[in-house]
Design a protein around this ligand. Structure first.
Ligand SMILES: CC(C)(COP(=O)(O)OP(=O)(O)OC[C@H]1O[C@@H](n2cnc3c(N)ncnc32)[C@H](O)[C@@H]1OP(=O)(O)O)[C@@H](O)C(=O)NCCC(=O)NCCS
Length: 180
C-alpha cells in the first residue's frame, strides 16, 4: 500500500512534508493544553515554525534511513493530527513503536482508529515488520481504545517508563503481532 489514504470528513493520511511546517506549528500551539497531560514538556521553540522545521528535517532524515515513518492527518492541507512509526529496528526484532495525537476538534470521530488501522497495514505489507509496540499512560483510556480496536494486546506495565508532563510516569504497554 502507499500513502496518501483518504480517511473520512475530507481527512487524508499522508507522509509529512517540509511544507507542513507552519500548519504543524499552528496545530501544536492550538492544541497545547489538550496535549500537555500526555506529552513531554516542550520548549517555547517547539511551537514555532523554526522549531518544527528542525523536527521535520530530523524525521524525514530518519525516514530516508529507514528508522521512522512520520505521517500527518490533514484536511485541506491543514495538519489535524499525526501518527508515526518510530525507532524501527530490523534484524531479529523487526519492530517499530507508534505514537499519535489528534486535534481536539477532530476527536471522537474514529479518525485515529482509522489512521492506526492503515499504519498497521502499512507496517505489515510495506515495511515488512513483525511487531508494533505502543505505550499509554494508565489513565489514557481513549488511546487504549484506539489500540485495542486495532488488535493491540496489553502485555505489561512499565513503571516510570517515560517523563510525561514533567514526571516519570508508569505506562501500559501494548503490542500487535502483525501477521495475525
Ligand atoms: C488518543 C487520541 C489520539 C484519540 O483520537 P480520536 O480520533 O479521538 O480517536 P477515535 O475517535 O478513533 O477513538 C476514541 C475512542 O475512545 C472513546 N473514548 C473517548 N473518551 C473516553 C473515555 N473517557 N473513556 C472511555 N472511552 C473514551 C471514544 O468514544 C472512542 O471509542 P468508541 O468509538 O468505541 O466510542 C486523541 O484523543 C488524542 O490526541 N489525545 C491526546 C494525545 C494522546 O493521548 N496521544 C496518545 C498518547 S499514547
Amino acid at each position: 500500500m502507499t500513502f496518501p489514504v483518504a480517511l473520512q470528513d475530507g481527512v487524508v493520511l499522508r507522509v509529512l512534508e517540509p511544507d507542513d511546517v507552519s500548519s504543524l506549528a499552528a496545530a501544536l500551539l492550538r492544541n497545547r493544553d489538550h496535549l500537555a497531560p500526555w506529552e513531554p514538556q516542550r520548549s517555547p521553540e517547539y511551537y514555532t515554525s523554526d522549531g518544527q522545521l528542525d523536527r521535520i528535517e530530523r524525521m524525514l532524515a530518519g525516514m530516508a534511513q529507514g528508522t521512522q515513518v512520520p505521517l500527518v492527518l490533514s484536511q485541506d492541507d491543514h495538519v489535524v493530527g499525526t501518527v508515526s512509526v518510530n525507532d524501527i529496528v530490523r534484524g531479529a526484532f523487526q519492530n517499530g513503536h507508534i505514537g499519535y495525537w489528534m486535534d481536539a476538534r477532530f476527536q471522537s470521530r474514529g479518525l485515529m482508529t482509522a489512521a492506526v488501522r492503515q499504519v498497521v497495514r502499512f507496517a505489515r505489507d510495506s515495511l515488512g515488520l513483525h511487531r508494533l509496540q505502543a505505550g499509554t499512560l494508565r489513565e489514557n483510556i481513549r488511546s487504549q481504545r484506539v489500540l485495542e480496536r486495532n488488535g493491540f494486546v496489553r502485555f505489561g506495565l512499565a513503571p516510570e517508563y517515560l517523563r510525561i508532563a514533567g514526571r516519570w510516569q508508569d505506562h501500559v504497554l501494548y503490542q500487535r503481532i502483525l501477521p495475525l
